[in-house]
Design a binder for this molecule. Structure first.
Ligand SMILES: [Zn+2]
Length: 297
């Protein structure tokens, strides 16, 4: 898919254009591309547009007494949220499907649905609800931890992760499986060789499990910087999910909207509005002189 023709445009895509991949697919020269000069906003297709992508971020769908990181949505609440989307004429889809539809200009009613970490409860509690509505979704799994637990979390319950077999079966049934790295390690700050390992090795391992291409990446903890985004691109992924809007917002740092157990229809509606506002602000900042674009915090 040609990123240049799609409506997802970004500072990052400009930076990436300047560092063309080496013909053998390896990383380009170690010199990092500079951020490009400010561009005019693509007003017709991106800021505040009716077709701006809205991607929801879930983790676990289960009944949980203890949930210190607020990552769990009850099956009842999840069903209610999907029903809300359905009644509003929206269709939940995998990010793979969303990106394809955007490139073809037919994503207006689509909402991306993502599930981070690859919890086993995705298959048990989320899939039946999604199937009921004819929705699809993406599960981002931790390649080295299939069949194990969320041991990277210091607190809270240990939750079972999808096994190799379950991931393979989900992929065969059409659910998009994406990479969440090898061991749930944040990428920013890692040396180049480890960035390459996290992105390339997780992709290779998961492609063996699913028996086909793995084209989506999701940054652990949503943490992304330019070297991480370049590593993801150079590893051959088609897109990557972050969380927050940032100067990197675009194909390799798609912002997502956190959805929790407290989010009923009014809160979801408000979050949709906030997402649009952030899209607009992000694009406006890109149109400002560099010094005023992103104040140092
Ligand atoms: Zn995660």
């Amino acid at each position: 898919m040609d990123a240049e023709r799609g409506p997802v445009r970004s500072v990052l895509s400009g930076a990436l254009r300047r560092s063309a991949a080496a013909p053998d697919g390896r990383s380009p020269s170690p010199a990092r591309p500079p951020l490009p000069a400010p561009r005019r906003p693509a007003a017709a297709s991106w800021p505040g547009s009716q077709t701006a992508p809205w991607i929801l971020m879930y983790h676990s769908v289960a009944v949980e007494e203890e949930d210190p990181y607020l990552l769990t949505v009850s099956p009842e609440r999840f069903a209610e949220q999907m029903d809300w989307l359905h009644r509003r004429g929206r269709r939940g889809v995998s990010v793979r499907e969303l990106m394809r539809a955007r490139a073809e200009g037919r994503a207006e009613r689509l909402v991306g649905l993502t599930f981070d970490d690859g919890y086993a409860d995705f298959a048990r509690h989320a899939v039946p609800v999604l199937q009921h509505h004819g929705f699809t979704a993406t599960a981002y799994v931790v390649a080295d931890l299939l069949g194990r637990a969320n041991d990277w979390d210091a607190e809270g319950p240990r939750k079972k992760l999808l096994t190799v077999r379950e991931v393979s079966e989900l992929a065969a049934a059409g659910w998009e499986i994406g990479s969440h790295g090898l061991g749930h390690q944040a990428l920013p700050g890692l040396p180049a060789d480890l960035l390459a390992t996290q992105t390339r090795e997780s992709r290779r391992a998961l492609e063996e499990v699913v028996g086909g291409p793995v084209t989506g990446f999701c940054y652990p903890y949503g943490a992304v910087d330019l070297p991480a985004a370049l590593a993801v691109r150079d590893a051959g992924y088609d897109y990557a999910c972050a969380i927050a809007h940032s100067p990197l917002t675009g194909r390799y740092a798609l912002p997502r909207c956190y959805v929790g157990d407290r989010d009923g229809r009014w809160r979801l509606r408000a979050k949709r509005g906030r997402h649009r506002l952030r899209d607009t602000v992000t694009e406006l900042r890109r149109s400002l002189p560099a010094a005023r674009r992103w104040p140092v915090r």
